[in-house]
Design a binder for this molecule. Structure first.
Ligand SMILES: Cc1cc2nc3c(=O)[nH]c(=O)nc-3n(C[C@H](O)[C@H](O)[C@H](O)COP(=O)(O)OP(=O)(O)OC[C@H]3O[C@@H](n4cnc5c(N)ncnc54)[C@H](O)[C@@H]3O)c2cc1C
Length: 385
């Protein structure tokens, strides 16, 4: 007899572990499955939004073991790295993490909440029948669940098995290069100061995208991502960025790229999905395209989408009308995240746009608003002009 769970969650990144922890805390029997063995890495700059820390008690209470360091502001850099606009606060405006440690910590918290976890064994197939879903893993083991949550990242197998999507189309796919360059806490502090900020280059070279430098504790994260034009190479641009940063004194000379990783970020992809629910299956996180189209940020949206899904699943179980109730997820995520993911990008891109970037370095008010939009997704009233 195959084991029966209330909910099977595929993927143990921030989305999957959040859904797992919240549902286990409500008393449901949860199976969490990941094809990787933990701790596992994920190509990511590791900025954890302060909003996530404020929203999720399990994150806040375990912050020290999950993240490397807080940061206190954001410096915009001009294209040639010659001009700067700094926005600073006295309190941390966000946190920087190493994804191997952050995700492993979230996974441990899920286990403490009572979640059952299988690692190193990915999802192979899913079949819905007689009011449940049969989930078969790569090693042939099969489990039954009343509901499945697809939290298996940008290349979601769940989405493919449901025929919701084969892959992300070009306009929803930002190509990135990223590396955590090893350093020492003393060196990072002497180079970037005791209360470091993150550095953002809104327009590097002719890339339609942006670059970043995130000083962590034992690492300095450098990366860039954008929509590539014909003939552009993200690898080449990454090395140009490293050289330019060193030339401008923004990266220590001894920082040599050794383990650059490349990945795609499904920015704004959620707006390309008609529904994130099919039968008894719900998609969250990158699997659903919950990534800000302004910043490429996905950890906070992944966690909020998972929280929304957990609430909808809970109410579906309590009301006993599972397939009918689950469709409410499409409304609930839009209430929780619609503005955060969409309006800053559409306002910022269409109405402010790249041609106004020089204003960042001329107007303190403008750079302050831009920094707050970047950090907190604040909606700004721009007037009609
Ligand atoms: C270069 C880059 C930089 C970024 N920087 C930031 C940043 O600084 N801040 C931020 O907020 N966001 C950032 N993002 C986005 C962020 O990394 C993602 O949005 C976030 O990881 C999404 O979380 P998730 O849980 O949905 O998916 P993931 O973190 O991708 O987790 C998915 C999990 O599913 C597992 N899985 C996959 N397939 C299967 C399968 N078939 N069976 C079982 N398990 C499976 C994987 O092993 C993985 O553990 C960045 C993205 C990129 C590419």
């Amino acid at each position: 007899m195959r084991e029966k769970f209330d909910v099977a969650i595929i993927g143990a990144g921030p989305a999957g572990t959040t859904a797992a922890t919240l549902l286990a805390e409500k008393g449901y029997r949860i199976l969490l499955v990941d094809k990787a063995t933990f701790p596992r890495d994920k190509t990511c700059a590791g900025w954890v939004n302060r909003l996530a820390v404020e929203r999720f008690p399990h994150l806040r209470q375990n912050l020290a073991s999950l993240v490397e360091t807080p940061f206190f502001g954001l410096t915009f850099l001009s294209s040639n790295l010659g001009r700067r606009a700094l926005y600073q606060e006295n309190e941390p405006v966000g946190y920087l993490a190493l994804r191997s440690r952050f995700d492993d910590g979230l996974r441990r918290l899920a286990l403490e909440a009572g979640v059952e976890f299988i690692e190193g064994n990915g999802l192979l197939k899913m079949e819905e029948e007689k009011g449940e879903v049969r989930v078969t893993l790569q090693n042939g083991d099969t489990y039954r669940a009343s509901v499945v949550v697809g939290a298996d990242g940008a290349h979601s197998r769940v989405a493919r098995l449901l025929s919701l999507r084969r892959c992300w189309q070009k306009q929803w796919r930002v190509v990135c290069a990223n590396e955590d360059l090893p350093s020492s806490p003393q060196r990072v502090m002497s180079f970037y100061g005791e209360k470091p900020c993150i550095y953002v280059i809104p327009k590097f070279g002719d890339l339609t995208g942006y670059g970043w430098v995130f000083p962590k504790k034992h690492h300095i994260c450098v990366g860039l991502g954008g929509f590539l034009k014909e003939g552009q190479s993200i690898k080449k641009m990454y090395f140009q960025l490293i050289k330019a940063l060193k030339g401008s004194g923004l990266l220590p000379e001894e920082s040599i790229p050794q383990r650059v990783s490349y990945a795609i970020d499904p920015v704004g992809g959620v707006y390309n999905q008609r529904s994130l629910v099919k039968g008894r299956v719900v998609l969250v996180g990158d699997a659903a395209g919950f990534v800000s189209s302004l910043t490429g940020e996905g950890i906070y949206p992944a966690m909020v989408s998972a929280q929304c899904a957990a609430e909808v699943i809970d109410s579906a179980f309590r009301q006993g009308t599972i397939t009918e109730k689950l469709t409410e997820f499409d409304l609930q995520w839009a209430k929780a995240l619609g503005d955060y993911l969409k309006s800053p990008s559409s306002q910022f891109r269409k109405r402010i746009g790249l041609k106004f970037l020089p204003l960042l370095f001329k107007s303190r008010l403008f750079s302050r608003i831009a920094a707050r939009v970047y950090l907190y997704g604040k909606n700004i009233t721009l007037g009609s002009g």
